[in-house]
Design a protein around this ligand. Structure first.
Ligand code: ATP
Length: 318
């Protein structure tokens, strides 16, 4: 959450209750009403339609310096580096082709989240380019980028409102049948149907408390209603019970199917299915390829696999 508040500073009047502001902005990001730190260029055009290819072309990026950020004092609260900003991405190139799943893995702080945030242009690159179907995202309208890219982060925050209202943020005119279809595909319809108020149940901290896995499935239902052509996802690492874990896995598979997907992957099942795994280390792509090939290479991926993934869903090693 804290890492994402840089873009908040483009909004005014967030001084009253900072924590409330942070929570609501997190929600705003979650719903994809992204508030980038960037402005739309005059003459911007909609991102091209059809199946999406995303291209990172030698992307270099550093976060705007802390002194440019009016909420910078919070960075120390968040344990962020408040000194001069350091290069975070140092020449990242890859192509995510239509309908393909790219998994990002790598040590903490390597730059995975940063890469995903550049897809929806929360920030502008310093050098190189991010392109959607050949169009530099800096030349695309922000609304069209929001429509194209759906994001589900690790710990989705829900509005303190009804389940129906939470779903309608993704698609205001959704019919009840569409909502149930999305809930079913996200493996959470039975739970909602079993609640006394069904779709009218108020969720959130002061309402019905959903577990981590349930929240993520509701966020996935929201994503399915929105039906974006690109999905950016940070898989939950939260400890889920095995039943919920299996349900999340099915929901994830449905959400990613047929979409160009960029997933910060923590589950071995996702990593094995990825068309390409990008191993991010210190702002660069250190290794790339499919699971078996990377494992055979005996490098950083093999090391990550041994320490993180091999026990992530109980599957035996390749
Ligand atoms: P993790 O697996 O822990 O989520 P990550 O690979 O996603 O890590 P990033 O979150 O992209 O890594 O962070 C890369 C670097 O950028 C880190 O040094 C981090 O401190 C820095 N960073 C991330 N977000 C911001 C921000 N909003 N402002 C300044 N620096 C940031």
């Amino acid at each position: 959450l804290m890492r994402l508040y840089g873009p908040l500073t483009s909004l005014s009047n967030v001084h009253v209750d900072v924590m409330t502001a942070l929570v609501s902005f997190d929600r705003v990001f979650e719903i994809l009403d992204l508030k980038p730190m960037v402005a739309e260029r005059p003459g911007a055009v909609p991102a091209p339609g059809g199946p999406v290819t995303i291209e990172f072309d030698d992307v270099h990026f550093r976060y705007p310096a802390a002194e440019d950020v009016s909420l910078a004092s919070l960075e120390s609260v968040a344990g962020q580096d408040t000194g001069p900003s350091h290069p975070v991405l140092k020449g990242v190139s890859f192509t995510a082709e239509p309908g393909r799943l790219i998994a990002l893995v790598g040590p903490s702080g390597a730059g995975k989240t940063t890469i995903t945030s550049l897809v929806s242009r929360l920030y502008d690159v310093d050098e190189g380019a991010v392109r959607v179907n050949g169009l530099d995202v800096r030349d695309a309208t922000l609304a069209s980028l929001r429509d194209t890219v759906g994001v589900v982060m690790q710990d989705p925050h829900l509005f303190h409102d009804t389940i129906e209202a939470n779903l309608r943020y993704a698609k205001p005119d959704a019919s009840e049948a569409e909502m149930w279809e999305a809930l079913r595909a996200a493996q959470i319809a039975d739970l909602v149907a079993g609640l006394p108020d069904g779709l009218g149940t108020v969720v959130g901290d002061r309402g019905y408390r959903l577990s981590g896995g349930e929240k993520q499935r509701l966020a996935l239902a929201r994503l399915l209603l929105k039906a974006p052509r690109v999905v950016v996802l940070d898989e939950a690492t939260a400890h889920l019970d095995s039943e919920s874990e299996a349900a999340v896995q099915v929901a994830l598979k449905t959400a990613l199917e047929g979409r160009t997907s960029l997933v910060i992957a923590h589950r071995l099942s996702t990593i094995r299915e990825a068309d390409e795994i990008l191993v991010v280390q210190d702002g660069r792509i250190a290794e790339r390829g499919r699971h078996e090939a990377l494992l055979a290479r005996g490098g950083l991926y093999a090391e990550l696999y041994r320490t993180q993934f091999s026990s992530s869903d109980g599957n035996p090693a390749a």
